[in-house]
Design a protein around this ligand. Structure first.
Ligand code: UDX
Length: 458
């Protein structure tokens, strides 16, 4: 099938590249000409495992191309996937202006019937508005438009894997033809018929994804409901961590046992600095706003959001308590990305923490394996170092802010010797408290009995 993808961010690039990989003929377009040129030159604007290899191979093999002209992109596809950004507005609503713009552009440029698929995360009823815009602005084009919702559930860092091995593919449709067409697009994924770059020796045994057909409104809601529920789980774990610190229990033991109950499940119960990234914080806000406009005060989500914000403040308080005076102290920060295996720093708890420490007058030195460049533009007041050892040298405290596995493998003995004061604040519970204390560190983490926790009853 000929597919057009509009928007080459995380979602668009992974979607376009993977749809080409499973055999479709894909044309991508991005209105950001610098980004589009970068891609044409074969350079990736983001770091995402396997993406570059797949992108270059599919371009070379002729299944993937980058159009310079939006109209050409629209006309070349039987199905058009809208993958443009829906960033948050000041009031928490999603900014849908990019979707609106693309809808009008599709309407005026199309010359034949098109299936228009909303892949971007959007509030309920966007599909209806999209349909109306296409019909109104395309009334003289002679084209017929069908609209579908097909939310993405990709996690950054495992986007390619999540696309090729999804748990479920959700399609919100209004007619059988659209359902058939989307099933056809995803058939190779449903059948597992593609060269898997993630499991080169074969991915037999991977369960067949569920193909879930719903109304457009339900499909739109599923995305917000899923992300908000996962955010709730994380905030629940963080609230438990707080309680564990006060009561001398260990949040990891508690959540591990909880997760063995299949009704709860083990995932997204990891306590730490809280959730960040470009999805959870904005999706939970957009969902709260959506509920508000529908006449419902979604207090449950508001509480999860406020707990998440509080998590950073609690950690700053811990650092303050441990250091006595923060001003003029040298604090090392390991990790800047909002989670491991990505270079994304948008709404990163690590950056929020760095900003708070700078505001308290600390001298912050930081290192991240992938996110230095992006952090540098967002937070210029930090001293960016070449590696973790340089960050630790002469530091009064070292903070683990992102759970990069390579941080666990550092030479901690060497780090201990090089720090001015071997105070280690682990915001991601990455290290084993016993082992690290045996090396001579003062060590504190989140929700584990670290001894000197604040809030512990006297
Ligand atoms: C998320 C959703 O998982 C994905 O389905 C959706 O399409 C986009 O949003 P992503 O933003 O890539 O994906 O990150 P995710 O892996 O879900 O983590 C989100 C945040 O929660 C990170 O900051 C992570 O560190 C944090 N987190 C996650 C925790 O603090 N504890 C956990 O147990 C899990």
């Amino acid at each position: 099938m000929r597919i057009s993808v509009i928007g080459c961010g995380y979602v668009g690039l992974v979607t376009g590249t993977c749809l080409a990989e499973v055999g479709h003929s894909v044309v991508c377009f991005d209105s950001d000409t610098a980004k589009a040129q970068m891609l044409r030159d074969g350079r990736m604007p983001i770091y995402e495992p396997h993406l570059e290899e797949l992108f270059l191979r599919n371009r070379q093999e002729g299944r993937l191309s980058l159009a310079e002209d939006a109209g050409e992109t629209v006309r070349s596809g039987d199905a058009i996937f809208i993958c443009v950004g829906t960033p948050p507005l000041e009031n928490g609503d999603s900014d849908l202006s990019a979707i609106d713009h693309v809808a009008r552009m599709i309407a005026s440029e199309a010359r034949s019937p098109k299936l228009v698929v909303e892949k971007s995360t959007v509030p309920v009823r966007t599909g209806q508005e999209l349909k109306r815009a296409l019909a109104v602005y395309g009334r003289n084009s002679g084209s017929k438009f069908r609209v579908a919702s097909n939310p993405e559930f990709l996690r950054e860092g495992t986007g390619v894997e999540d696309f090729l091995h999804p748990d479920r593919i959700v399609v919100g449709v209004e007619d059988e033809q659209t359902e058939r067409q989307l099933r056809e697009i995803y058939q190779p994924v449903l059948d597992g018929k593609f060269r898997c770059p993630v499991h080169p020796s074969g991915c037999q045994g991977a369960p067949e994804p569920a193909f879930v057909v719903t109304t457009i409104a339900s499909s739109e809601l599923i995305k917000h409901a899923s992300n908000s529920f996962l955010a709730l789980k994380i905030s629940y774990a963080n609230a438990l961590a707080d309680l564990c610190e006060r009561l001398g229990a260990n949040v990891e033991e508690v959540t591990r046992a909880m997760g063995l109950d299949p009704r709860i499940g083990p995932h997204f119960l990891r306590a730490g600095l809280g959730f960040g990234g470009f999805c959870f914080p904005k999706d939970i806000q957009a969902f709260i706003r959506l509920a508000e406009r529908a006449g419902m005060d979604f207090r449950l989500l508001k509480e999860a959001e406020s707990l998440n914000h509080h998590q950073i403040e609690r950690f700053v308080e811990k650092i303050r308590h441990a250091l006595w005076v923060v001003r003029d102290k040298r604090i090392g920060l390991l990790g800047l990305a909002f989670k491991a295996n990505t270079d994304d720093t948008r709404f990163s708890p690590a950056l929020k923490l760095a900003a708070r420490l700078l505001a308290e007058g600390a001298e912050v030195h930081a290192y991240d394996p992938q996110a230095m460049e992006k952090a540098r533009t967002e937070l210029p007041g930090v001293n960016y170092e070449a590696d973790a050892y340089a960050v630790a040298r002469g530091a009064d405290a070292l903070v683990i802010a992102t759970e990069w596995p390579e941080f666990a493998r550092l030479d901690w003995e060497k780090i201990q010797a090089e720090m001015a004061r071997p105070l280690l604040m682990d915001g991601r519970n990455l290290l084993d408290p016993k082992t690290i204390r045996a090396l001579g560190f003062e060590y504190q983490s989140v929700g584990r009995p670290d001894g000197d926790s604040i809030g512990l009853p006297a």
